[in-house]
Design a protein around this ligand. Structure first.
Ligand code: FMN
Ligand code: MN
Length: 488
């Protein structure tokens, strides 16, 4: 059964021992984020944290680290907690393949239990954390998403763009060039009209997972989230405009973005492990209303240095969208695709494949860069043979060490689309373009005589496993990969 709201997901985390509630008073000013970061780093993803007593903000709760562990990402997608990240991505691809489930409009929802309008609005009453020392302000939107409508097609877009509080009724938003909401904004700019928007902080988890995934410009993340969770998302009309918002959202900020009007925003400690910045002025939301549930929860993520839940969820959703795009190209021989969390699933990916014709591996590398997902900021594609598990870093290092020749195995591509947050590029406009590299560790198709890998003898392996407890008095606990490497 899909989760109705964020609370049902948290109940599931609590019942599986994945949630810790923090009752002690905690300051929004660095303390909250630092507790979350230590929790995430010291305990391999830690547990999800629900802060229930935040200085200056009685009645509010803040959720962090919701998706920092693989098991919790699996629970968010209602998958077995034993699933690997790559399995989760594969399941994602299957669930949304040729399937869209539009949202269902309902009359009313708990998101409107509390409505604050006009001059009454003061976003500094919301418990937004100050995350890192050199940040430019308090970030209200980290695990949130902006909903905007395209004037030509009418489609509603959900996009996760960071949101910094500026003053009582203004919040600056970082919508990077050519993101869907920026394209939507161009339509309003042509008419010199403000773009009505809503910003959601905290709802059923598949919405956040989709809000931070690149789909085509004309796709509504609502329809994809519906397919991913297996039921339509229930939405209600916003109070002050015609945007549809999740009926069970914890907190929604309604307002308008005026094209061309900008404010300083940032710096902010980003997922690249570096601050990014004030160098680009940003649009801002002129806030008209705030609506929230009783006993509300603000969902936040620490972003920052890998690995946080931002990196974990991007490993799953970027791998899924890249895999999905590659599948649509009908290239044979691709076995698995994996963008590891430390690369946020997007700067570096590993693809396993079986070379079937001359130039096949180069085709796969170039195809990855040409997809909607890969085109945006992907720098490194590592190609490995199909007996390497891309999620097993020992096996990937083995391939890089013993199956890779730097001269013939490397191809460099220039002038691709970059993310302006990439700290390996000089600050400024140079950050919009990146080079790319294919690191090809596959055994060349054209080699007549191929080096022979060692595989265990299938029959003897079975015999040994079957008799394991006779040798050692306990059942077999061999690593999965020994079995995977046995020659089929
Ligand atoms: C936690 C988190 C924060 C993000 N912050 C931003 C941001 O500030 N600006 C941005 O353009 N993209 C940001 N992204 C990436 C976008 O969410 C992603 O590119 C998404 O595809 C945007 O939606 P769109 O494709 O509908 O434009 C963030 C992703 C995550 C997971
Ligand atoms: Mn989109």
């Amino acid at each position: 059964m899909p989760y109705r709201d964020l609370r049902e997901f948290l109940d599931r985390l609590a019942s599986t021992d994945h949630l810790r509630c923090v009752q002690k008073e905690v300051s929004w000013n660095l303390e909250l984020s630092h507790i979350a970061k230590v929790n995430e780093e010291e305990h391999r993803g830690g547990k999800a944290l629900l802060f229930e007593n935040i200085t200056d903000h009685p009645g509010w709760r803040v959720l962090t680290s919701a998706l920092t562990a693989r098991e919790r990402l699996a629970l968010a997608l209602d998958m077995p907690t034993t699933s690997s990240l790559m399995n989760l991505s594969r399941e994602w691809v299957e669930r949304i393949k040729n399937k869209r489930v539009p949202p269902q409009v309902v009359e009313a929802g708990p998101v409107h239990e509390n409505v604050v309008l006009g001059d009454e609005v003061d976003i500094f009453k919301l418990p937004a954390p100050w995350f890192y020392p050199a940040d430019g302000g308090r970030y209200l939107g980290t695990a949130g998403y902006l909903i905007s409508r395209n004037l030509d097609s009418g489609r509603l877009n959900l996009g996760t763009y960071r949101l910094m509080m500026v003053d009582a009724r203004r919040a600056a938003i970082q919508i990077i060039k050519a993101k869907d909401a920026e394209i939507d904004l161009r339509g309003y700019a042509a008419r010199n009209e403000p773009m009505p928007v809503a910003y959601v902080c905290g709802a059923e988890p598949s919405l956040f997972l989709c809000g931070s995934t690149l789909f085509g410009l004309n796709e509504s993340e609502y329809d994809i989230a519906g397919a991913l969770r297996g039921a339509p998302v229930e939405v209600v009309k916003a109070v002050t405009n015609d945007i549809l918002v999740p009926a069970t959202a914890e907190l929604v900020i309604e307002g308008e973005i005026m094209p061309g009007e900008t404010l300083p925003e940032g710096p902010f400690g980003e997922y690249t492990g570096h601050y990014s910045g004030k160098e680009f002025p940003k649009e801002f939301i002129n806030i008209k209303a705030i609506t929230y549930r009783n006993n509300p929860i603000l969902w936040s993520t620490t972003v920052g240095k890998p690995v946080t839940d931002t990196h974990m969820l991007m490993a799953v959703n970027r791998t899924a969208s890249l895999w999905n795009d590659l599948s649509a190209m009908n290239i044979p021989g691709i076995k698995a695709v994996y963008g590891p969390p430390a690369s946020a699933g997007r700067m570096l990916v590993i693809i396993s494949m079986k070379p079937m014709y001359h130039g096949h591996s180069t085709q796969v590398g170039l195809a990855a860069f040409a997809t909607v997902t890969g085109n945006y900021g992907l720098k490194t594609v590592i190609l490995v043979d199909d007996d390497i598990d891309p999620e097993n870093m020992d096996q990937v290092m083995f391939a890089l060490s013993f199956k890779f020749q730097p001269d013939v195995g490397t191809q460099i591509i220039k002038r691709g689309r970059s993310t302006p947050l990439d700290p390996s590029l000089p600050i400024g406009d140079a950050r919009y373009m990146t080079s790319r590299i294919i690191i090809d560790c596959t055994t060349p198709y054209e080699w007549k005589e191929k080096p022979r890998q060692i595989y265990l003898d299938e029959q003897m392996l079975k015999h040994v496993k079957d008799h394991w407890d006779e040798y050692f008095g306990e059942p077999v606990t061999l690593p999965q990969r020994v079995a995977d490497l046995a020659e089929a």
